[in-house]
Design a protein around this ligand. Structure first.
Ligand SMILES: Cc1cc2nc3c(=O)[nH]c(=O)nc-3n(C[C@H](O)[C@H](O)[C@H](O)COP(=O)(O)OP(=O)(O)OC[C@H]3O[C@@H](n4cnc5c(N)ncnc54)[C@H](O)[C@@H]3O)c2cc1C
Length: 387
């Protein structure tokens, strides 16, 4: 890594640490209890331009590569914050950047870079289709000068805290296309116009504070220029954003794992039982050491994936592996941390139980472990497709 990059990473980490220091565990505990959106924390990151780091400079962002975005998200989680409330502001704009028209880029990217426009909702998952994305049934049908959207999405996170949304819908029914990945289109929806005019958002209460929702589309009328790229090619556009998303989520998992490992090691050094630090017992220190080794290994895979991505090379396998290994490392570290804390591991005041709940999500979303394993089996090992 160049000296320049080492310095940049150090600066980014210092900046993030300062923000996180202003929002200690107490802040996150309160938000978690009330299932409230961490507006103040998100505003602080926005004001420093951290969420606009991947937007090219010509549109008002910092034009940093994905690997630096990953460093920012790792640092947020390592220093006790949670980027789940806003990470999508960093990468959802990639769909507009890569596939939008010049007019769409000029219209939206500067506002997203400044934070005046929040684009941090994306509606792909549906209750019936689940992971089988090409089986979604939300339809956008040509009508007059635009489209009429009907259907239902689930797990559309941050929808109540977003001005714009990237939506995947069918424009041609599945039984009328040659390949099931055809006939899907991507739209950029202005939620400020849509709410109450065909779009209804219902929050879903979950075991973590994630501001996730289900959304009903009932004759929602959207203008024709909401379409991004070509009609019918949306599946390809969504896929092209998935590697970036997986790499960035893996980065958050690495941050979580580091947080758990530090928390567990600090506690194991200080807590005395039977007249000696519990960390002197190998039954306590070995699991922490193992979690550390797993985290470092996952981090190397993540670095490789990000490097390939930044060089514009194929990185599907690496991005998937990074996401799987990092989410498993953070989950292992979370479990070890609870065990190290004993009873206090499940007391709210140490933040371990909250982070433990939060760490579990990333083995499911944005893609679950089984689907990653089947990707590796099929693409790397030439094994027959299982679905
Ligand atoms: C908190 C949260 C936030 C989310 N945010 C968003 C969001 O903002 N936007 C969005 O579009 N989606 C979002 N998601 C959806 C997320 O991407 C999906 O939950 C995830 O991809 C898994 O899909 P599913 O829940 O439908 O599980 P299903 O597809 O129903 O699968 C259930 C289980 O079966 C396994 N399985 C399914 N098929 C196979 C197979 N062929 N072989 C082996 N195992 C299989 C899966 O691995 C999984 O473990 C979010 C989810 C959560 C929980």
């Amino acid at each position: 890594m160049s000296t320049e990059n080492i310095e940049l990473i150090s600066q980014l980490r210092d900046t993030v640490k300062k923000v996180c220091d202003d929002y200690p565990g107490e802040y996150w505990r309160e938000k978690d209890r009330a299932r409230k959106y961490p507006t103040e924390f998100v505003n602080a990151l926005t004001e420093l331009g951290l969420l606009a780091s991947l937007i090219p400079e010509e549109y008002g962002g910092s034009g940093l590569p994905l690997s630096m975005g990953a460093e920012i998200l790792t640092a947020i989680h390592e220093f006790g914050g949670n980027a789940g409330a806003c990470h999508a502001q960093m990468y959802t704009m990639g769909t507009v950047l890569r596939h939008g028209s010049d007019e769409q880029k000029q219209r939206y990217l500067p506002g997203i870079a400044s934070g005046d426009l929040r684009l941090q909702a994306f509606g792909v998952t549906e209750p019936t289709a689940g992971t089988d994305t090409t089986s979604i049934s939300t339809m956008a049908v040509r009508s007059g000068d635009g489209y009429l959207v009907n259907g239902q999405k689930v797990w559309t996170s941050r929808a109540e805290h977003s001005d714009l949304m990237v939506l995947l819908a069918r424009t041609t029914p599945k039984d009328q296309v040659k390949k099931r990945s055809e006939g899907l289109s991507v739209f950029l929806i202005d939620m400020r116009d849509a709410l109450g005019n065909g779009m209804t958002i219902n929050p879903i209460r979950t075991m973590i504070n994630h501001s996730t929702t289900e959304i009903f589309y009932d004759d929602l009328s959207i203008p024709a220029d909401s379409l991004i790229g070509e009609e019918g090619k949306g599946f390809k556009y969504i896929l092209s954003g998935m590697n970036a998303e997986r790499i960035l989520i893996a980065a958050e998992c690495i941050g979580d794992a580091r947080w758990f490992i530090k928390k567990a090691s600090d506690y194991a050094r200080e807590r005395k039982v039977f007249g000696r630090p519990i960390g002197q017992n190998q039954g306590i220190q070995f699991p922490i050491a193992r979690a550390y080794a797993q985290t470092v290994a996952a981090e190397l895979t993540l670095r490789k994936a990000a490097e390939l991505y930044d060089r514009g090379e194929p990185c599907g396998t690496e991005a998937n592996m990074a996401k799987m290994l990092a989410s498993e490392a953070s989950w292992e570290a979370a479990d070890v941390c609870v065990q190290t804390f004993g009873g206090f591991g499940i007391a709210e005041e140490y933040d371990v139980e909250r982070k433990f709940r939060e760490a579990r999500l990333y083995r499911i979303a944005p893609i679950s472990t089984n689907l990653i394993l089947s990707y590796i089996a099929e693409r790397e090992l030439d094994l027959p497709r299982s679905y």
